[in-house]
Write a protein that binds this ligand. Structure first.
Ligand SMILES: Nc1ncnc2c1ncn2[C@@H]1O[C@H](COP(=O)(O)OP(=O)(O)O)[C@@H](O)[C@H]1O
Ligand SMILES: [Mg+2]
Length: 330
C-alpha cells in the first residue's frame, strides 16, 4: 500500500513558458521555456549577454516579466511575488552588507533582516559558517575575505531562510580552480540536503560536472536542452579543428569528412576552418589521413574537448559573439 505524503513538494520546481524581457528594443530574453524538476541541479549555459541573469531575475521577482509566465512550486511568479521570495534563495544580493562587520555579525544581521528572532539568527548563522568551512574566519571583517570566501558567505546568506530552491548566478566565474572545486562540492551538498538548484554558467565543464540537465541559451533563446550526455553526443566527445591552407579546398574537405564519419563538419565563419565533432578522439587520425590522401593541405590542426565556443558553433552555426568572447579571454 502506498502512502501519499501531503507535505512532499510538487514535482515541478520551475515551469516557465515563453518568458521574455526587452530592454528598449533589445529582447534580452526572447521566449524561453523551462521545466525544472524538484531535487535536480539545472544548468543554464550560455556566453556573456545570452540572457541568463535576466532570466533568473525575472524568476526571482527582481525584474518584471514582459511576456510569458512562470510558476515556482506551482505558485505564479507575477501574481504572488511575496510567496516566491520565501521559496527562492538568490545569491549576489549580499554585496550591500557591511564590510566592517565580521562574517558572523553579517549572517546574524541578515537573519534579523529576514525576520528571525535574535537567538535563532545567531544559531542559524553559526550553523551555516560551519557548513561552509568559514568557522576560522567567522570573526574577521569580511573586508579581509578572499573572493572564494565571499562567494561562500554570500551563498550562506541566501540559505538563512532555508529556501527549497536556490538560484546561483555564475557561482564560480573568476574563482581559481581549487575554490571552484569547493564551490561545486558545496552545491552538490545542497542538493543532497533536498534543495533544488538552478545555476547559470559560461563553462561547459561546470554545467557538465554539476547539472542533471542543461539548457543552452543564446541571444535570449534556448538552442538546446538535455542531459550533459545528450548534449555531448550532439557536439561529440572531442573536436577536431582543421585549418586548411587553401580556403578553396573547403567543399572538398567537407566531402572527405562526410565520407569518413558520415556526418558534416561545422564551417567556421572564417572560411578555411572546419570543426569536426568526434565520438572518440582517435578518429581524428582517420580524418587527417583521408584529407591528406585527397591532396588537401592543412595549415594547422588541434584536437580538444569541446569548449563552450564549439558547443555554440555546433548548436547555432555561429560563434559566441565576438565582443563578449574577447572580453572573456582578456
Ligand atoms: N538593466 C538592463 N538594461 C539594459 N540592458 C540590459 C540590462 N540588463 C541586461 N541587459 C542586456 O540584456 C542582455 C542579456 O543580459 P544578461 O541577462 O545580463 O546576460 P548574461 O547574464 O547571460 O550575461 C545583454 O545584452 C545585456 O547587455
Ligand atoms: Mg549574467
Amino acid at each position: 500500500m502506498s502512502i501519499t505524503n501531503l507535505d512532499a513538494p510538487p514535482v515541478v520546481a520551475v515551469r516557465a513558458e515563453g518568458l521574455a524581457k526587452a530592454f528598449g528594443t533589445h529582447r534580452a530574453v526572447d521566449g524561453i521555456d523551462l521545466d525544472i524538476r524538484t531535487g535536480e541541479i539545472f544548468g543554464v549555459l550560455g556566453p556573456n549577454g545570452a540572457g541568463k541573469t535576466t532570466t533568473l531575475r525575472m524568476l526571482a521577482t527582481l525584474l518584471a516579466i514582459d511576456e510569458g509566465r512562470a510558476e515556482i512550486f506551482g505558485v505564479d511568479v507575477s501574481r504572488e511575488p511575496h510567496v516566491i521570495r520565501q521559496l527562492v534563495g538568490v545569491t549576489g544580493q549580499y554585496a550591500s552588507v557591511d564590510e566592517n562587520l565580521t562574517a558572523r555579525e553579517n549572517l546574524w544581521l541578515f537573519g534579523r533582516l529576514q525576520g528571525l528572532p535574535s537567538p535563532r539568527a545567531r544559531r542559524v548563522g553559526d550553523d551555516l559558517l560551519g557548513r561552509f568551512g568559514l568557522e576560522d574566519a567567522a570573526d574577521k571583517p569580511i573586508a579581509q575575505f578572499s573572493g572564494g570566501m565571499r562567494r561562500r558567505l554570500d551563498l550562506a546568506a541566501s540559505l538563512i531562510t532555508r529556501p527549497p530552491l536556490i538560484f546561483l548566478d555564475e557561482p564560480t566565474t573568476g574563482l581559481d580552480p581549487r575554490t571552484r572545486g569547493q564551490m561545486w562540492d558545496t552545491i552538490r551538498e545542497l542538493v543532497a540536503d533536498g534543495c533544488t538548484v538552478l545555476l547559470t554558467t559560461q563553462y561547459l565543464d561546470e554545467a557538465d560536472q554539476l547539472s542533471d540537465r542543461i539548457a543552452v541559451i543564446d541571444r535570449g533563446r534556448k538552442v538546446a536542452e538535455g542531459t550533459p550526455d545528450e548534449l555531448k553526443t550532439a557536439v561529440g566527445d572531442s573536436t577536431l579543428q582543421v585549418h586548411l591552407a587553401d580556403p578553396g579546398d573547403v567543399q572538398d574537405a567537407v566531402q572527405v569528412v562526410r565520407r569518413v564519419l558520415g556526418s558534416d563538419p561545422v564551417l567556421s565563419p572564417e572560411q578555411a576552418r572546419l570543426n569536426v565533432a568526434l565520438e572518440q578522439a582517435d578518429m581524428a587520425a582517420e580524418v587527417l589521413i583521408a584529407l591528406r590522401t585527397a591532396g588537401l593541405s592543412i595549415s594547422s590542426v588541434s584536437v580538444a574537448k569541446p569548449s563552450l565556443d564549439e558547443v555554440f558553433l555546433v548548436l547555432t552555426g555561429h560563434e559566441t559573439d565576438a565582443d563578449t568572447t574577447k572580453e572573456d579571454r582578456r
